[in-house]
Design a protein around this ligand. Sequence first.
Ligand code: 4AD
Ligand code: MG
Length: 431
Amino acid sequence: MADKIRISDVAKFDGQEVVVEGWLYNKRSSGKLHFLQVRDGSATIQCVVFQGEVEPSVFEDAAELGQESAIRLRGIVREDARSPLGFEIGVIDIEVVHQSESYPITPKEHGTAFLMDNRHLWLRSARQQAIMKVRSTIVKACRDYFDSNDFLLVDAPIFTPASCEGTSTLFETDYFDEKAYLTQSGQLYMEAAAMAFGKVYCFGPTFRAEKSKTRRHLTEFWMIEPEVAYMDLQGDMDLAEDFISFVVQRVLEERRTELESLERDIAPLERTLKPFPRISYSEAHEMLKAEGIAHTWGDDFGAEDETVLANKFDRPVIVHRYPAACKAFYMKADPENEKLALCMDVLAPEGYGEIIGGGQREDDLNTLQEKLSEHGLDAAPFEWFLDLRRYGSVPHAGFGLGIERTVAWLCGLPHVRETIAFPRLLQRLYP
Ligand code: 4AD
Ligand code: MG
């Protein structure tokens, strides 16, 4: 009996008879030969059907196969220097598991709207396969980093009674006789968990009713959020740069082939090593002014501003101490200038924008209560959060890394819509 193999393992079976279960990606025929590009999710391999080597019915079946037909194929693995895998398969037999007809995504060019409507099928394309594999490796690297640095995974809830990142982007839902909101961030819960376990992280989907159409915003995105007790802003920046360097180098080790197939320039990723440059918000503001960009001190940076700033550096840049007025309620004020928050953003190079937001949290009860009211937030749903400042409050800090923006950056994608299997956007809830 021939071994059933995954195509990516083909090199181990040189000269042997194997079975592959997959789908027909593409086909080319010439006279006595059919060249089938067969994919099984692990890789794609050329399978050659030679009229002189198979039953006539097999040769006819191969001629009839439509794109994305499901096939179980038996053949001999042989070296092929021209193949990216280094091997091809000489076909002995084909079982047609399902004949697919008129597959909508043909090898010709299609428009984005059409491809997005067919996202459930588009995932089978070589480009999407490469992106999803890089994403999977990024997620694994993120988890491995925190798991191997003594962080405890604590899952945050999805239904929440209060906002974390401002009320303008809340998704509201009925929760029996109450209102609940889909979580914007697990942070507040991680602060509780950090007081219980010291070093924690959560990783899950987060939701924001982003009403603007941009290349960087999804309404549902995944975020990994570490939180550490007895850590200050300095420690938070150290952690962020160590973490990002680790993730990028892991992706370069494990997904070089995929990055190359996406024609990603590897050089800027290879430079993504700590330490990262660190500049204050005020320094960043001066840099923009020097470039002739109209930016008002006090305003947050827009996407274009972030691109200009990032282009000044050869690796990610950390911008710290933004004006408190443009940031969330929970940030600790800088003791040296109360107008500033002890926060930081990490801006990715090459115009990919903010990938991390975080900082040191306000740990004083009275100050936090004042901040809530300044932000017009009712304290009642935050009473549990205020308890953290009543019982053993300590300096603490953390951050959130957006997975989709990280995927866009590492893969070199112009838009986040391709960074997640089924993106949720302002105007897209299908498929
Ligand atoms: O800067 P943000 O809003 O920070 C927080 O949510 C903090 N509570 C995190 C923390 O300190 N634990 O979001 C963090 C990151 C951003 O830098 C970005 O990468 C991503 O989440 N992000 C989005 N990604 C895709 N679509 C959106 N609408 C996003 N909003 C934020
Ligand atoms: Mg932010």
